[in-house]
Design a protein. Structure first.
Length: 421
């Protein structure tokens, strides 16, 4: 009898010990998913060439002449990559490029960083180094004086930090400092065929990752576990994960989510907003589906968002002000009883944003934006609808403008029952 009791207790303890393992099943699958069916689809993606970057410099110089600007200051970041290829981080130590209206650019960087900076430098460039006890803005000013540009307007790229602008003003007190937006935006807003090809490849990766993840979403999964699956698939497909936002249930009613715990359950909305980069160029795709059977309200809102997305696409025509695209969607939603304007339930954010090397870049599809749409511009199309306390739906696909109108990077789904198309 004692032996039977002992064995019974062992059996109970063994079963109890197994419970955490059962609960951890989803976590194990998310942390170590079986990716055997996926392969890198980016290996043949053509990189941006030196010739392309030199063409960008020429375009910038033409815009400088047209706008009376003698040089443009660009700090480390996406614009530095765009013009020079130099992929560098920002810190308190300034690394920056000066694009002159004529001749080769100059990069100013700390002495000990020069070898690393040169590893990604893709164009002919004058590199000037500063020591730890020196002011880097004096080197910027020195280059401008040598090129005879001290009396010309100096354009500042819009993300350059205040200390650099202030330091340049101190080093060149007579300098006229202006916005470089007419130059930098004038170049970066209009993508070339090689840029669009890389954005297309990044989108292809994201869509393929969605197709792999969707059938693997299970009841009881957390948003973190779903995001882990998405990022793992993205890497295997050749993309660099940029973000994987997962919103479940009521959290989907808040565009960027909630800190509240979220677990997949029957009848719950799952909103995913994910993107990656391929050679620096970004994708941004959102999909919304229901785990299990969708309710009538969920189906209705999903269909309204799909129609709103189509309204935006139809409104995007060459020469149309970017803000008119947002107006078309918002006006349509108001006829359905949402809003008005940004009120809830309804569309609480802009219809879309520019995209390229940055996930969000100028200009936006937002009321009041007068910039006319032009061939080569790229945007997200994401007019979600949000019902606080209930759920939200967002479908997001990006498009690029062609002379004949917009063209999708990813084709929107047409039914909540087939949310990936």
């Amino acid at each position: 009898m004692q032996q039977n009791i002992f064995l019974g207790r062992r059996r109970v303890l063994k079963m109890a010990g197994a419970l955490p393992l059962l609960a951890a099943t989803h976590a194990v699958r998310a942390a170590e998913p079986d990716l055997a069916g996926l392969a890198d689809i980016t290996r043949d993606a053509a990189p941006i060439t030196a010739a392309e970057r030199l063409a960008r410099i020429s375009r910038a110089q033409a815009l400088m002449k047209a706008n009376g600007i003698g040089a443009v200051l660009v700090e480390a970041g996406s614009s530095l990559i765009y013009f020079t290829g130099v992929a560098w981080h920002r810190s308190e130590r300034l690394t920056a490029a000066i694009l002159p209206v004529e001749g080769d650019p100059c990069i100013v960087t700390p002495f000990f960083e020069e070898p690393s900076v040169r590893q990604t430098l893709a164009i002919p460039c004058d590199v000037r180094v500063w020591q730890e006890d020196e002011d880097p803005l004096k080197f910027v000013a020195g280059f401008l004086r040598e090129r005879g540009l001290a009396s010309r307007a100096v354009g500042i790229e819009e993300t350059v930090r205040y200390f650099a602008v202030d330091g340049l003003a101190r080093a060149m007190p007579d300098a006229r400092i202006v916005s470089a937006n007419p130059v930098v935006r004038g170049c970066r807003m209009v993508k070339t065929a090689p840029e669009i090809a890389l954005m297309q490849r990044a989108t292809d990766v994201t869509i393929a990752a969605y197709r792999w993840v969707y059938p693997r979403v299970e009841k009881g999964m957390t948003r973190e576990q779903i995001a882990a699956l998405m990022n793992a698939a993205t890497r295997k497909l050749g993309g660099d994960p940029e973000f994987a936002l997962v919103l479940i249930g009521e959290a989907a009613a808040y565009p960027h989510g909630s800190r509240a715990p979220q677990v997949v359950a029957d009848g719950q909305v799952v909103l995913m907003d994910c993107g990656c980069t391929v050679q620096g160029y970004q994708s941004d795709v959102s999909r919304t589906f229901v785990f299990g059977t969708a309710s009538k309200d969920q189906r209705t809102v999903w269909d309204h968002v799909r129609a709103g997305q189509a309204k935006a696409f139809a409104a995007a025509r060459i020469g149309t002000p970017a803000g008119a695209v947002d107006d078309a969607v918002r006006g349509f939603y108001e006829t359905l009883g949402y809003g008005p304007r940004y009120r809830m339930p309804g569309l609480s954010h802009r219809t879309g944003h520019g995209i390229g090397l940055d996930g969000h870049e100028p200009v936006n599809l937002v009321h009041g934006e007068t910039m006319p749409l032009a061939a080569g511009m790229c945007f997200s199309d994401e007019p979600g609808l949000y019902l606080p306390g209930k759920f939200g739906v967002r479908l997001e696909d990006c498009f690029h403008m062609t002379p004949g109108g917009p063209k999708w990077f990813s084709v929107p789904p047409v039914s909540i029952d087939a949310p990936l198309g």
